[in-house]
Design a protein around this ligand. Structure first.
Ligand code: PMP
Length: 415
């Protein structure tokens, strides 16, 4: 392991929690650099999942039997744990468990947007939005007659804040921004954007899919009205996402899905909604996933979110240094030395990103190639696709060296 990592994180012992990192392809140990897509799941979380099914599995409709009581308590408490992890003082009432970030976005788009937006309203997004936000608001705009506007990305890969101030006006009803761009790595000034939005009477939705797993996040310090992220990018299982909403907003909002669990009283004529957050969790919810996500919060807090952030920043700095020293490599996003999330997207002059990724796969280096669900952003970059290496708690400088070696191999193959 690299010495620089060991000052911050005990990467060697962290890696022991991830047996998947020992897998070999063609005799070479996997170098997993696709963490922005999904992180690996450590043993304590795998154990939590197995243990839940071995010992506690039951439905959580507060059945009167012991198993249901235990499952219900663990599931409900998981909301409080997640609230604590992101600084939501309203605890479980402000935390809705969903399937993923995308669904969290759709809950607000449908339950709030469809009811509140009209032809006079504007939704302000950034050019860096993930399709989860961009496509969702675009379609809600079509249904309601509202207009989407996009804050430009400046030359240096940061958000053009002058343009943000220009676009966010009294006509703005919602500002929906990605906290950390999953393509550029840009860390957006979300609390500043929240102030601007609030000055104009607009709400702000922050897409935290690439921030909550990688840095300390306090939704109240940001003053986000809504905030979303996914469990599978932070050592948790797939199938769980989180929607944070300020309590009074969630209270005012209509439900998104109807059915069991989300009601308090039903007659043949009408129904009354359950308390928060259950009003937004129709049907049998993501019980095991929720409990496992709470365990993932414990796991990450034990390592320390500040340390995780610095570890990733160092790895990103090193990857930037190694990649930018090569003349035929174009790196996107903020320049070296600038704050960025733990990821680097790039292109090699002569090799398509998809080819690059499959050549890297021959060296057991797993990266992402494609548009990373940011097609319009790629249009602004003038490319259809890019390669993306993204880092997490178990990655090392040596793995970045392997990435760079594999890029060298690709260059030679296509020379
Ligand atoms: N937003 C961002 C910034 C993301 O990186 C992702 C995942 N690539 C999403 C939203 C969507 O997350 P999910 O697929 O878990 O809904």
């Amino acid at each position: 392991m690299g010495h620089s990592e060991s000052e911050l994180l005990d990467v060697a012992s962290i890696r022991e929690d991830f047996p998947i990192l020992q897998r070999e392809f063609g005799g070479q140990q996997v170098v997993y650099l696709d963490n922005a897509a999904t992180t690996q799941t450590p043993e304590p979380i795998v154990e939590t999942i197995a243990d839940y099914y071995r010992t506690t599995n039951a439905n959580v409709h507060r059945g009167l039997h012991q198993l249901s009581q235990e499952a219900s308590i663990a599931y409900e408490d998981a909301h409080d744990r997640v609230a604590e992890f992101i600084g939501a003082s309203g605890e479980r009432e402000e935390i809705v468990f969903t399937k993923n970030t995308t669904e969290s976005m759709n809950v607000v788009a449908y339950a709030w947007g469809l009811n509140e937006l009209g032809p006079e309203d504007e939704i302000v997004l950034t050019e860096m939005e993930h399709h989860a936000s961009l496509v969702t608001w675009q379609q809600i705009a079509k249904k309601t007659g509202a207009t989407c506007r996009y804050i430009r990305t400046a030359e240096d890969g940061t958000l053009d804040m002058d343009h943000a101030r220009e676009l966010i006006t009294d006509d703005t009803a919602m500002v929906s921004v990605v906290h950390v761009s999953n393509t550029l790595g840009t860390v957006n000034p979300v609390s500043q954007l929240a102030d601007i939005a609030h000055d104009h009477g607009a709400y702000i939705f922050v897409d935290g899919a690439q921030s909550v797993p990688n840095r300390p996040v306090d939704v109240e310090a940001i003053d986000a009205d809504f905030f979303a992220f996914s469990g599978h990018k932070m050592c948790g299982p797939t199938g769980i996402g989180v929607l944070y909403g300020k309590k009074h907003l969630l209270e005012e909002m209509e439900p998104y899905l109807y059915g069991g669990m989300m009601i308090k009283k039903v007659t043949f004529e009408d129904s009354k909604w359950n308390d928060l957050p259950w009003k937004f969790e129709a049907g049998t919810p993501v019980i095991c996933q929720g409990i496992a996500l709470a365990a993932a919060c414990d796991y990450l807090d034990d390592i320390g979110m500040e340390r995780i952030e610095r570890h990733e920043q160092r790895l990103a700095d090193y990857a930037m240094e190694r990649l930018t020293e090569q003349e035929d490599v174009e790196v996107y996003g903020p320049p070296a030395g600038h704050e960025r999330g733990g990821l680097v997207s790039f292109n090699l002059d002569t090799v398509h990103a998809h080819d690059l990724s499959s050549i890297l796969n021959d060296s057991a280096v797993a990266i992402r190639a494609g548009d990373h669900c940011t097609q319009p952003l790629h249009d602004t970059l003038g490319v259809a696709a890019s390669a993306r290496a993204s880092f997490y708690i178990y990655n090392t400088r040596e793995e970045i060296d392997k990435l760079v070696e594999a890029v060298d191999d690709a260059r030679q193959l296509f020379a």
